[in-house]
Write a protein of this length. Structure first.
Length: 219
């Protein structure tokens, strides 16, 4: 998913949900465009995977409606390329061939749905709504983790040690013993750490640690 700046189409606009459609059948592209626009969605159309690969994907909830059989790079191969590039856009596959093995492979690789042409408009809309909601949740979660990471990076090395022990359920007295410092010193570090992390309680801090991937002691 790389391209020179000159070849990129900059689609950056105020946040709005976008449905990207890749299908070499112009009539199908236009039909889907009308369908999605009828429910207020923004739509971008492409005739091939390579054409789509040249755009700059906006930082907004989006999904990809992708034909399984395309000229050049096929749908399944393009799904793999996106995954390898860590581009986690939800994909809804379309096919006019009803190929069950393809369907199974696509779903195992993370596709949201696999619709056989001709499909009902409502089935496509349901799949797109599901995909957009999933992408929005992913983006919201990543934003939360990013903000937590900034807070965690602001901690001193000692405050991080105290945080790890608080998350493990240790009391201030126990932490002081492990660190070889006075209990009042631990209290000060703990207060500063909780303030910087904007944690309301130890339980809240545990949730933050889980999101950050900070492992807790099993012992």
């Amino acid at each position: 998913m790389t391209g020179t700046p000159k070849s990129q189409r900059d689609l950056t606009t105020p946040a709005e949900r976008i449905v990207f459609v890749i299908d070499d059948d112009m009539a199908m592209r236009e039909t889907l465009s009308s369908l999605f626009r009828s429910v207020g969605l923004r739509v971008e159309l492409f005739g091939s995977a390579r054409e789509f690969a040249r755009i700059k994907i906006p930082e907004t909830a989006s999904c990809l409606v992708l034909d399984i059989r395309l000229p050049g790079v096929g749908g399944l191969d393009f799904q793999a390329e996106l995954a390898n590039a860590d581009i986690r856009i939800p994909i809804i596959f379309m096919t006019g061939h009803g190929d069950i093995p393809m369907s199974v492979k696509a779903m195992k690789a993370g596709a949201i749905d696999f619709l056989t042409k001709p499909f009902r408009d409502q089935d496509m809309l349901d799949a797109v709504v599901k995909a957009l909601e999933r992408d929005q949740k992913r983006r919201d979660s990543e934003k939360v983790v990013s903000e937590l990471r900034v807070r965690f990076d602001s901690l001193t090395s000692r405050e991080r040690e105290v945080m790890a022990m608080v998350v493990d359920g240790l009391l201030n007295k126990q932490i002081a013993g492990k660190l070889g410092v006075a209990e009042i010193t631990v209290k000060i570090h703990r207060i500063n750490m909780m303030r910087k992390m904007k944690a309301r309680s130890a339980i809240n801090l545990v949730g933050m640690a889980d999101l950050l991937g900070i492992r807790r002691s099993k012992g």
